[in-house]
Write a protein that binds this ligand. Structure first.
Ligand code: ZN
Length: 386
């Protein structure tokens, strides 16, 4: 018993946090898809196919499957940048008439209730950093000056982080005042394209910091999509690093927005099978959590038909496994969590204990120590599945 008490005390922080985290009453599935917006014109067709597919899949209430669109509001204007010999940055905004078809496809899906736009960034890079890198890196220079609207997936990964200067590694932090200005501008551009202020934000490559969150909050953002941890830099190896916070769904950032955790990955073009959606949903449902699934537009541009088929099959397998599954937007989820809406949040003790039990195995070293100390036995009696 003494040993058990010691183990419980040693892990008190993460144990209590997982008890405080709300438990959902229903299985919830949200497909989160990033990188749409300014860019290749082939997106319009991909978006139309996705919209039709999502409208075919409905939950018990008749609501269609929902996919968030992490939106990028501009790409480089290659010819103009080339004309300046890479000394000036010029942008091609999403509001440019050449993107009319892409915007129309997004708007149609939003009107049909299958797309929810969220702020991914003005651009998928920090322009001064890309300009600086272009002076020494021929690949970046070619990318920045290409005549066709750029595919941001083609940039070296560190440069895809918007909220640091990764022109050299390790990256350097940006001035918070500059971040504030940049966010105010991208929020205004988001509103110009979608006639709504951004309520949900997701940082490119999941690198961001307190200054970004404060600026987002000021712009009206209520929910921030996270992978459960916040990286604030690119380290010497170019990887996301300098993690300064970990978070659970429903916790609030210093600046006020609600953190949501997205940690199931479904990229059909990389070979992920449809069953992965159902397995992810099962794991999160046992934990009393929403299942936020990360995917990207490249699946639907590079291997369009196969990825669409895999997504539809995955949604159907998930619905078959959990017929009481609900489709909902991240904003609705965040608001339900903050309001502790009894329509969504479990209040009965037994299901709460079972969900808590299922959450414990993710705590680093806790699983092993609870086994070694014998604490796993009484915990197993609490129910839950892992
Ligand atoms: Zn992205």
């Amino acid at each position: 018993m003494l040993l058990w008490t010691a183990v419980l005390l040693a892990f008190a922080g993460p144990l209590v946090a997982r008890w405080s985290e709300p438990v959902l009453c229903h299985p919830v599935l949200i497909i989160e898809s990033d990188d749409w917006g300014a860019g290749p014109l082939a997106q319009a067709d991909a978006l139309r196919h996705l919209s039709a597919l999502l409208q075919r899949v409905r939950d018990r209430s008749g609501r269609p499957a929902l996919m968030t669109l992490g939106v990028i509001l501009e790409v480089p204007d290659g010819p103009r940048i080339a004309a300046s010999n890479c000394t000036e940055y010029h942008a091609l905004p999403l509001t440019d008439p050449r993107f009319d078809d892409v915007r129309a496809a997004m708007a149609d899906g939003i009107a049909a209730g299958v797309f929810a736009p969220q702020l991914h960034g003005q651009c998928h890079y920090w322009p001064p950093a890309v300009l600086a890198a272009a002076r020494t890196d021929d690949r970046v220079r070619a990318w920045l000056t290409a005549p066709e609207p750029a595919v941001t997936e083609g940039l070296p990964s560190p440069l895809q982080s918007r909220w640091v200067d990764a022109s050299t590694l390790p990256s350097r932090a940006l001035d918070p005042a500059v971040i504030e200005q940049a966010v105010a501008r991208e929020a205004a551009d988001f509103e110009a394209s979608f006639r709504q202020v951004p309520r949900v934000a997701v940082a490119t490559t999941f690198v961001w910091n307190d200054a970004v969150e404060a600026a987002w909050a000021q712009a009206g953002v209520e929910a921030v999509i996270t992978p459960g941890r916040r990286a604030t830099c690119r380290n010497a190896a170019g990887q996301p690093g300098c993690v300064d916070a970990t978070m659970l769904t429903g916790e609030r950032s210093l600046a006020g927005p609600t953190w949501l955790v997205r940690d199931i990955y479904f990229e059909p073009a990389l070979g992920h099978p449809p069953q992965r959606l159902a397995d992810g949903l099962a794991a999160r449902t046992w934990q009393g959590r929403a299942c936020l699934v990360e995917t990207h537009r490249f699946n639907f541009l590079q291997a369009g038909e196969a990825s669409l088929a895999a997504l539809e099959a995955g949604l159907k397998v998930a619905l078959a496994a959990f017929p009481d599954l609900r489709f909902v937007s991240p904003l609705e989820l965040a608001r339900a969590l903050q309001a502790r809406d009894p329509e969504w949040i479990e209040t009965r003790l037994r299901p709460r204990i079972a969900a808590w039990r299922a959450r414990l195995d993710e705590i680093p070293r806790f699983r092993r120590l609870s086994r070694l100390s014998g604490l796993a036995l009484p915990l197993a009696l609490l129910g839950g599945r892992t």
